[in-house]
Design a protein around this ligand. Structure first.
Ligand SMILES: Cc1cc2nc3c(=O)[nH]c(=O)nc-3n(C[C@H](O)[C@H](O)[C@H](O)COP(=O)(O)OP(=O)(O)OC[C@H]3O[C@@H](n4cnc5c(N)ncnc54)[C@H](O)[C@@H]3O)c2cc1C
Length: 424
């Protein structure tokens, strides 16, 4: 087969997008004007369920068209619906797509960013052949069922049980903070399969059907107002052994595959793009609007924030380039995640200084109270995907080579442990 040139690919993608999406106007970022358009800078979606359902349907429709046009999984193996193109084609596609208005694809972030790579690495051939095309076509949405009320940072202390019953497993327990569980079709779950083994050794991973009998999803309302997360209860849910990920009791390495991809996905936004957080125009125009354009301290602070986002962006780019060159995402992504949350926190502290009480008392003035959504969302960002403190531990131990935290019991049977110790 003749090699696909970059020009041919660009022509193909442009033809697809011309036929299926509207091209954006020529308005550029630098044209942003204080007081015009939306002032939304929230981190978490605050949509009601009906709107969310409509947005999901639109997202799925577009995703299916993209997949059917051969553009759904550019880098994946052809046997599972991919196209086996080098990573650069992914970037090319994203670059061209950014010039078009397409439905938000955030619904697929966890399924494709974390669950699908884990399925590819650890599932049976039949499950890969069944689920991967459906996930990349958007027919199925995936979620991550890891955290429990007593197991977050200390993930290896999880207690949801998986008991073998012939060709099936019976899962019973509770997960929490499951983003998107309410619209997901499949979930990657890590369960305790042998409490007689040390805590990292008696875990097993599965892909579970979120619509199976015994799965109950209950929304959790966050302080920003929306409900993006859920508690998920499992009562004797039956999962075929064919849907096991990796070997029995080897679930910790399955979880690590997902966690490394999670940090890579979160860290990929380290420049703060997408949400317009690093948008120096927005911050700069806000400063001028409130008469602080000539204030030396404010200017210095703004320049510092901008510089930090730029440094994070380039540091992160180096790490991503290594991943794209075929190396596994490593602890460097913890640095990217930590920089992102620190920079976001400093952005909101800066905005709060400029706005004063306007950030928490709604005067109806454009571009003021709306920043409160970002301010209230930051603590969630500092916790999701590994907390700031845990990131610092990882950097200390795996990047700087400092001694491990004392007290991590890797030898006693899990059932004999009284309290968990950090291990994520
Ligand atoms: C926005 C968001 C989305 C999420 N989505 C998902 C999801 O889709 N699926 C899922 O499974 N989970 C999800 N989570 C859960 C997330 O992974 C956990 O909240 C996180 O791992 C922290 O666990 P925890 O909440 O139990 O806090 P804990 O682990 O109890 O931590 C409490 C505090 O103690 C600190 N701490 C804990 N251990 C140490 C240590 N060893 N050294 C120093 N400090 C420590 C922490 O930094 C934190 O400040 C989400 C969370 C958020 C906020």
């Amino acid at each position: 087969m003749a090699e696909l040139t970059i020009d041919d690919f660009e022509t193909e993608v442009t033809a697809f997008l011309d036929a299926n999406a509207e091209r954006k106007g020529e308005t550029k970022k630098k044209d942003f004007k204080w007081g015009e358009g939306t002032d939304d800078v929230s981190i978490f979606e605050e949509v009601d369920r009906e709107l969310e359902k409509r947005q999901l349907d639109e997202a799925k429709e577009f995703k299916a068209k993209r997949y059917d046009a051969g553009l759904g999984w550019l880098t994946g193996p052809t046997q599972y619906g991919g196209r086996e193109l080098p990573q650069v084609y992914d970037r090319l596609y994203s670059g061209i797509e950014s010039k078009y208005r397409v439905p938000s694809q955030t619904f697929f972030g966890i399924g494709l960013g974390m669950v699908a790579p884990t399925i590819l690495a650890h599932a049976t051939d039949d499950v890969k052949a069944d689920l991967l095309p459906k996930l990349y076509r958007g027919d199925l949405v995936g979620c991550q069922l890891f955290s429990e009320p007593g197991a977050g940072s200390d993930l290896a202390s999880l207690q949801t049980k998986a008991m073998r019953d012939g060709d099936e497993w019976i899962i019973t327990g509770q997960k929490v903070w499951t983003s998107g569980a309410h619209y997901s079709d499949v979930g990657e779950i890590i369960c305790r399969s042998d409490p007689d083994l040390p805590k990292h050794k008696g875990l097993t991973g599965f892909v579970v059907d979120m619509k199976a009998p015994g799965v109950e999803v209950r929304p959790l309302r966050q302080m920003t107002g929306g409900a993006s997360f859920n508690e998920v209860f499992f009562t004797e849910v039956r999962v075929p052994d064919s849907h096991r990920l990796g070997d029995v009791n080897q679930g910790w390495s399955v979880a690590l595959t997902t966690l490394m991809n999670e940090r890579a996905s979160i860290g990929a936004g380290a420049g703060g793009g997408g949400l317009g957080l690093a948008n120096v125009d927005r911050l700069g125009q806000m400063v001028r609007h409130f008469g602080l354009g000539d204030d030396a301290v404010t200017r210095q602070e703004l320049a510092r924030i901008y510089t930090q986002f730029q440094v994070a962006k380039y540091t992160n780019q180096r790490a991503l380039d290594r991943i794209k060159a075929g190396q596994a995402p490593g602890p460097e992504m913890s640095i990217a995640k930590l920089s992102l949350t620190r920079n976001l926190k400093e952005t909101t502290e800066f905005v709060a200084q400029v706005l004063g009480p306007r950030i928490c008392a709604n005067t109806g003035e454009w571009g003021t109270f709306s920043w409160g959504q970002l301010l209230l969302g930051i603590p969630g960002m500092r916790v999701a995907g590994g907390t700031d403190e845990v990131m610092k531990n990882i950097i200390g131990e795996r990047v700087l080579g400092l001694p491990k935290e004392p007290g991590i019991d890797t030898t006693s049977p899990f059932k004999d442990l009284k309290v968990g110790t950090q291990s994520r």
